[in-house]
Design a protein around this ligand. Structure first.
Ligand SMILES: [Cu+2]
Length: 140
């Protein structure tokens, strides 16, 4: 019985796997930036990211990009779904975490602390680095 409980606890700890986390470096004076990552859910249950918090900005919001009247726009979303046995990618042009009202200019290579809260009551703190993104071109 003891073994079973320990097994379940450790399984829960690894219900979410985060990789490729990075914060976009923007020119000094930029009021906002975005955080991207891959979130993997190896469990049998859908999990939702509900909240992100960081002390580098006044506000942190979950965002998605939508096409409205032929224009790409950002929109706040209340949660981000990570389906059972799958991976959700937060990436440029798609889902992302928006840091609004940066308190200081971010430096390349700087580590940022971000706390993520999920709907199963768990939280995890990640330390993404600030990185320069390569200019990307839209494929047609
Ligand atoms: Cu945004």
């Amino acid at each position: 019985m003891k073994f079973l409980i320990i097994f379940l606890l450790s399984f829960n700890l690894y219900a979410i796997e985060i990789s490729n986390e990075r914060v976009r470096l923007l020119p000094p004076g930029s009021p906002t930036t975005a955080l991207f990552m891959d979130i993997e859910n190896p469990s049998n249950k859908d999990i939702y990211l509900l909240k992100a918090e960081s002390n580098i900005s006044r506000k942190v919001e979950l965002h998605n990009h939508i096409i409205k009247d032929g224009m790409m726009k950002m929109e706040e979303v209340s949660k981000i779904k990570i389906s059972a046995k799958s991976k959700t990618q937060l990436k440029p042009g798609g889902l992302h975490i928006m840091m609004i009202g940066l308190k200081n200019n971010l430096k390349e290579g700087q580590e940022v602390e971000v706390k993520l809260s999920f709907d199963d009551g768990k939280t995890t703190t990640i330390k993404p680095k600030v990185v320069k993104f390569k200019a990307h071109h839209h494929k047609r």
